[in-house]
Design a protein around this ligand. Structure first.
Ligand code: ADP
Ligand code: ZN
Length: 294
């Protein structure tokens, strides 16, 4: 049986066809330009395969409420030509298979839960630190949804003494994303994050703020494991700093043997690495197929 998976990102769409053992049989990458171009190419790709269902992990904000007539509609994104565009309706008018759509980070959390570092755990938090910052959460196999979907990248952070950086979030300035995203680091240092030395002072700020955010997520959601993906997380050297900052801010408040240790298994890089999003979309496709047989 063949399943379709789309990791719909702000810069590129990764589309793949996978079998029931999660082998990727075919994959293509399409630039995120206007919806007609990108979705046209996407549908063209999947038309060649007899997929039974499709999963989409997408950039947002997006309507992920299956009960809503607007299920699958991209909402107030800064990408103006994608606003009010409905991904599901576009695909279904051509390829009529069951489709589940969720946020990119919820999908990534689901892939780690099902087939990554969160296997065997009851809950997984997945956070991405890249062009934007966001987090997805899975509990008992279900991704977290609410009135809309969580926007965990935009929580408030207490700035460190001496830090006068104003942040880059267009809506909140120095919210979490505004302080630690790739573009925030670039603005602060005048250089892309990947070109900064490990001993640059910015990493101290970044690690502290990520530690603060993880504290809030732990207090609110109590995840069994936290995975940090996205471009900035490729800086391996910040993981020990993040764990240290997290410990310092938590100050022993939540008692659990996992939190008493060195945290190397609690806060870590995703097992599926850069594939977490695509595998997450695949998991959504499996779910869509299963639901259609109920
Ligand atoms: P996106 O969020 O657009 O899907 P990424 O997760 O790769 O893509 O995030 C891109 C951001 O991550 C850019 O701001 C870039 O400067 C930063 N980045 C990419 N690679 C690295 C790296 N190795 N170290 C630190 N920052 C990186
Ligand atoms: Zn913000």
């Amino acid at each position: 049986m063949l399943y379709g998976a789309i990791e719909a990102g702000g810069t590129k769409f990764v589309c793949a066809v996978l079998d029931e053992k999660a082998n990727i049989l075919e994959k293509t990458i399409i630039d995120t330009l206007n919806p007609d171009y990108t979705m046209g190419k996407t549908v063209e790709f999947f038309r060649n395969y007899d997929i039974v269902s499709l999963g989409i992990g997408t950039f947002g904000p997006v309507n992920i409420d299956p009960e809503s007539p607007e299920y699958g509609t991209i909402l107030n994104t800064p990408k103006l030509n994608w606003r009010n565009f409905n991904l599901i309706k576009y695909i279904k008018s051509d390829i009529n298979v069951p489709i589940i759509i969720d946020t990119d980070v919820n999908a990534a959390a689901l892939s780690e839960y099902k087939m990554g570092a969160g296997k065997g755990k009851k809950s997984v938090l997945y956070i991405t630190i890249g062009t934007g910052v966001g987090a997805g959460f899975v509990s008992e196999g279900k991704t977290l949804k609410g009135l809309t979907h969580p926007e965990m990248g935009h929580i408030l952070i207490r700035k460190m003494e001496g830090d006068d950086f104003e942040g880059v979030c267009p809506s909140h300035g120095n919210c979490f994303e505004g302080l630690v995203s790739g573009p925030a680091i670039e603005k602060r240092c005048g250089k892309k994050a990947q070109f900064l030395p490990e001993n640059h002072e910015v990493w101290g700020y970044i690690a502290d703020y990520i530690g603060q955010a993880l504290m809030t997520y732990t207090l609110v959601l109590s995840p069994e494991i936290i995975l940090i993906g996205g471009g900035v997380s490729q800086q391996e050297h910040i993981f020990p700093m993040i764990r240290e900052a997290f410990k310092k801010h938590m100050n022993g408040y939540v008692q659990h043997r996992v939190l008493d240790g060195d945290l190397s298994q609690y806060i870590r890089y995703p097992e599926n690495g850069q594939m977490a999003g695509l595998y997450g979309a695949y998991q959504l496709a499996l779910q869509a197929h299963e639901d259609s047989n109920k």
